[in-house]
Write a new protein. Structure first.
Length: 425
């Protein structure tokens, strides 16, 4: 085991989670930031983070951060923090490939006394059941004898400049009590909000995966209530405002549920549950409902077009926003694409406008070509899908200027008042 002063850090994976972590640690000690994508390293060396989680000034000032795509640069490190994505595949099954590849990379440089810390969201048991065997096989070392493992789940909130990595309390854990303390002390260097040392790695893994599962289920409930209130002709937002006057009413809102966490993490938990022979009812019901919201939105729009005797086939629709949440360029698992595909099934022509999105990323991730800016007076319907600050600032009059004389505004995010929109969730 290494003394605190002897810890030499490497962060493996420089995305939304890894880069802010590497930059923060580099304020206190030397850090190697590794990413297997050379173009990502080149862009960061030029001083710009396309995820916008780290500012150009912060990158320039990170003088103790070495950026590299060369595995050889990891050899002198003794703490390896893996921050790679853990997505799901097309069948909603956990895809651990990035995590296992990161483990293989670390295994090639792993030495006696080293610690590997995982931050990626996984199901309980995955670190020790999936990652550790890879580390042992590649390195030839023995777990908890020659090397050790920790787990400290990421709590990055993309686009949130108020709750940054240092401001969010961090759960930590280790494969032995001594390692748990080392890992906890390490994170205490940078986390001003404090840390919470879990009793085991499996507890820390479970704590992470249920954070977003709980939110997913709660949003599913509100989405179902929104559908019900829509049938009753009751404004959902008005109901939520009224119910919110009670101190313990949870302030969830209806909407599309995507992103790298809420729309993904529950499947990691249900995968493990089913492997144990247990079929989770509530979690999967919530997932099914939230995954169906794109279809519901389009059905409501088509009904309104029909009610107004507007032609559906060939009608033009402007979708404002493509990212999975407001004020960030993150396209991972955005459910706006469900609306786009469903509109296409009805024969509607769709334009997508999002000032936060790179056209290259939109094409690569979803085969979508966003427009540069909307034209005035050409759309039959306008869907406000993401509450970017730019859209909020436009106001109802400007948003309506994009529509034809007879058009529909469907506000999914309560950007406008009930009176200013035609349809709302």
């Amino acid at each position: 085991m290494h003394a605190s002063n002897d810890l030499k850090l490497a962060v493996i994976g420089l995305g939304y989670v890894g880069l802010p972590l590497a930059v923060e640690f580099s304020k206190r000690r030397s850090v190697v930031g590794f990413d297997s994508n050379p173009s990502r390293i080149s862009a960061l060396r030029e001083g710009h983070d396309r995820t916008l989680e780290v500012s150009d000034i912060e990158l320039v000032n990170a003088t103790r951060l070495t950026l590299s795509a060369d595995v050889a640069d990891l050899a002198d490190c003794n703490i390896y923090i893996a921050t790679v994505p853990t997505p799901i595949d097309e069948y909603k099954r956990p895809n651990l490939t990035p995590l296992l590849r990161a483990s293989e990379t670390i295994g090639t440089v792993l030495k006696r006394g080293d610690i590997v810390i995982y931050e990626s969201t996984v199901y309980p048991g995955a670190t020790e059941e999936q990652c550790v065997p890879v580390l042992e096989q590649i390195s030839g070392l023995k777990f908890n004898v020659d090397f050790f493992v920790g787990y400290s789940p990421e709590r990055i909130n993309p686009g949130d400049k108020e709750h940054r990595i240092t401001d969010i309390r961090k759960v930590t854990s280790g494969s032995t009590p001594e390692v748990a303390e080392t890992v906890d002390c390490l994170y205490r260097e940078i986390i001003t909000a404090g840390t919470f040392k879990a009793t085991s790695i499996r507890v820390a893994e479970a704590a992470k995966v249920i954070e977003n599962t709980q939110r997913d289920v709660n949003i599913a409930l509100i989405n179902e209530l929104s559908i019900l209130f829509g049938k009753m002709g009751i404004d959902t937002e008005a109901v939520l405002h009224a119910a919110g006057t009670k101190w313990n009413f949870l302030p969830f809102r209806p909407g599309l549920v995507g992103g790298h966490c809420i729309g993904v993490d529950p499947y990691y938990l249900t995968h493990k549950a089913q492997a144990l022979g247990y079929h989770p009812e509530i979690i999967l019901a919530g997932r099914r409902l939230n995954d169906s919201m794109g279809t519901y939105v389009v059905s409501q729009l088509v009904k309104e077009l029909t009610r107004r005797r507007m032609v559906i086939s060939g009608a033009r629709v402007l979708i404002m926003g493509l990212t999975f949440k407001e004020n960030c360029p993150d396209l991972r698992n955005t459910r706006v694409v469900d609306i786009i595909h469903e509109l296409g099934e009805y024969g509607l022509a769709v334009d997508v406008y999002d000032p936060w999105v790179s056209k290259e990323d939109a094409r690569h991730e979803h085969n979508i070509d966003p427009i540069d800016r909307p034209e005035a007076g050409i759309y039959d319907a306008i869907i406000l899908a993401v509450a970017h600050r730019e859209f909020v600032q436009l106001g109802a009059a400007k948003l309506r200027s994009y529509g034809k004389e007879n058009h529909i505004i469907y506000d999914l995010k309560y950007i406008l008042t009930a009176e200013a929109s035609d349809l709302r969730l």
